[in-house]
Write a protein that binds this ligand. Structure first.
Ligand SMILES: Nc1ncnc2c1ncn2[C@@H]1O[C@H](COP(=O)(O)OP(=O)(O)OP(=O)(O)O)[C@@H](O)[C@H]1O
Ligand SMILES: [Mg+2]
Length: 386
């Protein structure tokens, strides 16, 4: 089968490797040359994926069996056409299109499916935002409808923050839409990603929940399994099943939840492998999240997902701009027991860009906090130089 991979970062790279291992052909696409997944794919294309005509051209040129999006910033409206042409869009055109805009997925989850979410409003002007803030109460979180990795996101604590939050969200907005969502701040005790695998001819499966910690809009550490009560887990699984079913198609989804005193809140989801799911590269499961995504897409039955080990991942970040990044501390991290790492091979760095990840596993009896600490220490050994 021929797979057109839209987005060629570290998640795309691992997906491509999984696909190569079972003999599939991958054409990797991104906006710059030598992106991580391009380094391991059969071919590559460099285009602006928000440009519908440019997308049409490469789809016509390569005639793929599958289109696999790795990011949100794609002219996903075109996906409905590709589906009509007989190409399988992963997990479905609707899933990719709905999740590129927070409004579509939030209204589907909260209004149509009745899932519990933070109270929210939308705003297209600073004045409307003011009204929204009054409706949901302070503190509250403002996010552009189209953005990821925390871009344009800020918390409003007092009246005086409203104008600032509006301007910041407009600056951090991707695409042509200038609209924001403002949602009540959820005082959660922890947050989890529930990797949910929707299969074509077999039941939906759930990975053991993944805990994570966010800073500046990006995850810093993730661990598996996360601590969660049976009741909360059942609720999260029920919500994940409902929302993935409504979006349709097959593949792995990363469904994000907040765990608070008053129960589980649905936050958002990725219709594809999730960055926090890189913890599965530590060998925590019988299949990692990329292998699961691939199998689900290709209708290869997944009998079960088993937790083999406890594990944690911690990100390796750059601190400077560079067009020729190099690394020290590799021998040191390699010397650690039960530890592995990835260096993504990104051709350039900038402050806080994720360049690699440390991966640690331990027995199922080891307290997960200990594993997280080991992963953090391991990541701190590696330095990215400019
Ligand atoms: N309503 C909220 N209450 C409390 N914290 C929140 C709320 N919304 C978002 N956050 C915090 O901000 C993080 C990022 O938010 P969200 O996942 O909505 O944004 P994102 O930019 O799509 O992130 P990504 O694409 O990296 O997953 C959350 O993981 C959570 O830690
Ligand atoms: Mg998120």
């Amino acid at each position: 089968m021929k797979i057109l991979l839209l987005g060629s970062g570290e998640l795309g790279k691992e997906f491509t490797i999984a696909a190569q291992r079972i003999g599939q052909t991958v054409i990797a696409v991104d906006s710059y040359e030598n992106a991580p997944a391009m380094q391991v794919a059969h071919g590559f294309e460099v285009i602006n994926m928000l440009d519908g005509e440019a997308l049409d051209k490469i789809v016509a040129k390569h005639q793929p069996d599958f289109i696999v999006p790795e990011i949100e910033a794609i002219r996903t409206e075109r996906f409905y056409d590709y589906e009509k042409q007989g190409i399988t869009v992963v997990p479905s055109a609707k899933a990719a299109n709905f999740t590129m805009n927070r409004k579509a997925i939030r209204d589907l989850a909260a209004k149509e499916l009745g899932l519990k979410t933070a109270n929210y409003r939308y705003a297209t002007t600073a004045k409307e935002l003011q009204k929204g803030v009054e409706a949901v109460g302070m503190p509250c979180v403002v996010k552009p409808l189209m953005s990821s990795s925390g871009k344009g996101q800020s918390t409003i604590k007092t009246e005086a923050d409203v104008e600032k939050a509006w301007n910041y969200a407009v600056e951090g907005s991707r695409g042509d839409v200038v609209e924001v969502i403002v949602e009540a701040f959820v005082k959660f005790n922890s947050e989890i990603t529930l990797l949910t695998v929707v299969q074509n001819n077999n039941p939906t499966l759930f990975c053991p929940p993944i805990g994570h910690r966010q800073e500046r809009g990006d995850y810093q550490e993730s661990w598996q399994p996360a601590r969660i009560s049976d009741k909360d887990l059942y609720e999260a699984q029920d919500m994940a099943e409902k929302v993935t079913e409504a979006l349709g198609g097959a593949g792995l989804f990363g469904v994000e939840f907040f765990l608070a005193d008053d129960g589980v809140y649905f936050s958002e989801l990725s219709p594809r492998p999730h960055d926090t799911g890189m913890v599965t590269l530590a060998g925590t499961q019988n299949f990692n999240e990329f292998e699961l995504h691939l199998r689900a897409i290709m209708s290869l039955p997944i009998f079960e997902i088993t937790l083999e080990k406890n594990g944690a991942s911690a990100v390796i970040l750059a601190s400077e701009n560079s067009t020729n990044p190099s690394y020290t501390g590799i021998t040191e991290i390699a010397s650690l027991p039960r530890t592995d790492f990835r260096i993504f091979g990104k051709p350039t760095s900038r402050p806080y860009r994720r360049m690699g990840v440390a991966l640690v596993n331990d027995t199922l009896e080891t307290p997960i906090e200990e594993v997280v600490e080991k992963a953090k220490k391991a990541a701190s050994l590696v330095t990215v130089h400019s």
